[in-house]
Design a protein around this ligand. Sequence first.
Ligand code: FAD
Ligand code: NAI
Length: 506
Amino acid sequence: TFYGLIAAALAETAYLTYSVYKETNPGLQKPQSLLKENGNKKKNIVILGSGWGAISFLHKLDTTQYNVTIVSPRNYFLFTPLLPSVPTSTVGSNSICDPVRTIARQTPGEVIYYEAAATDVDPVNQTVKIVHKNMNFAHGEAFVNKDDPIEKTLNYDYLIYAVGAKVNTFGIPGIPEYASFLKEAQDATAVRQKLFNAIEASRLLPEDSEDRKRLLTFVVCGGGPTGVELAAEVKDYIDQDLLKFIPGIDKEMKVVLVEALPNILNMFHPKLIEYTKEVFKTQHVDLRTNTMVKKVDAKNVYASAKKPDGTTEEVVIPYGTLVWAGGNAQRELTRSLADKITEQKTARRGLLVDEYMKLDGDDHIYALGDCTFTANAPTAQVAHQQGEFLADHFNKLAKIDDLQYVISLEKDQASKEKHLKRLERYKNSLKPFSYRHQGALAYVGSERAVADLTWGSWSTVALGGSLTFFFWRTAYVSMILGVRSKLLVISDWIKVSLFGRDCSKD
Ligand code: FAD
Ligand code: NAI
């Protein structure tokens, strides 16, 4: 056993060293070209986005078979499952960002990256207009700064549309002005800065001041997994670390989680919902379910709370820091694309696609992830599987296209028939997408996580507790794409366990 362990450790070290070398020393890539070696036209693929769907697609695509261009205003892939850990510095924001250029350099064929946002898709002429501007993600749209734009138009044979979604504010007054989101890395930094502004400002006020109490109230609206994980992380931060630097803050500071529905984490097993509520109760997270936010101003959240007898009462929740985690809405670009295609006219909640992720009503656009409306939830797991499926599909389409080209040139009837049989086999190998749900995990605070795990189609296992927390960490590390990010996240966790989370404002 001892020698076995040594051998395993050596093998793991060798694998890590090789992976680090590969990531930092990308080899030569086959350059882009008009024609393939066999004389067939090399088709242009334009990928929009650098999130779960787009990057999973790029990762698996045989980039020697297409001229690939990837366009995204965000020049990195963001590992969103660990984003709620960033405002508290449990994990550094750089640790969960993998540069698109690093990823694009590791594919076998040359990939062009443009840091830009698509502003218009023309499905008739198969073009995308892209614009580079100075960017700011603070409010969910791709960018808001309109200064100095540089534009370009790209032609595509195939468009891989994976622009994700924006945060849904439901038109609630005050949210865009006063609340932060938790969607992008910059949002996490903004939340941290607001939290510290509020804490430091409160120090100037007398202890019995109402304004001091308000500043020391961290309010999260939306009890989906984003809101729950953020509330849990902030409460941990206060109780485990901040109190060491600011004695007594754990008694004064409040974390409030507001949810319109009777329960939080509605997609999880009821046992896990109860478990999370129990953890929140013991940790003194102020959970306000059945409370629908109606309006927000610079200091207060105004909500309507349903009482057990069915009546409602208006409540005012003063806040120092406010985060809105109300779920997803479609981006303007997605709405405008849907408006251009007759079959997409009913696509209110996302683009409609067939079982190959091809857009209904268009043969050259494929869409995946949060910008689509399918039977599956808008999760990283779904977007990742769709991306890998689509890459495999396109690898097969390239073979079919080459064979069709060979057949079109073939003069000999016998050879032609042999090719046609092969073509039939290739076409039969195109299988529709089928999602394999592997379960859901969420961190609920004080080193506990909940897990809804699915083994096969028949069994679901609901787990909560410290062991699940260990599993949560292991599972997330294994899901991180780059070796660099894996190592950074592990070292962040080690750093926090040795020195605690730091309390600088950034
Ligand atoms: P995204 O990953 O959002 O990527 C969209 C990309 O498109 C981005 O790169 C964006 O910059 C780019 N883009 C935007 N506009 C344009 C434009 N006009 N032109 C070109 N590009 C554009 N899911 C899980 O399964 N497990 C989890 O633990 C989990 N945790 C999460 C935690 C948080 C805090 C959040 C916010 C989400 C979490 N999710 C999780 C959900 C998951 O992140 C999403 O479902 C997933 O990111 C969807 O992938 P996507 O590729 O569709 O979109
Ligand atoms: P969500 O849509 O899951 O939750 C939003 C919550 O906000 C809902 O519970 C909704 O009832 C509530 N809400 C909406 N309007 C409200 C109002 N006016 N007042 C009070 N509450 C209101 O959104 P979330 O959490 O951002 O997740 C988005 C997607 O990402 C989901 O598919 C989720 O499964 C996935 N995700 C998964 C994670 C995980 O598996 N650990 C972590 C984070 C996100």
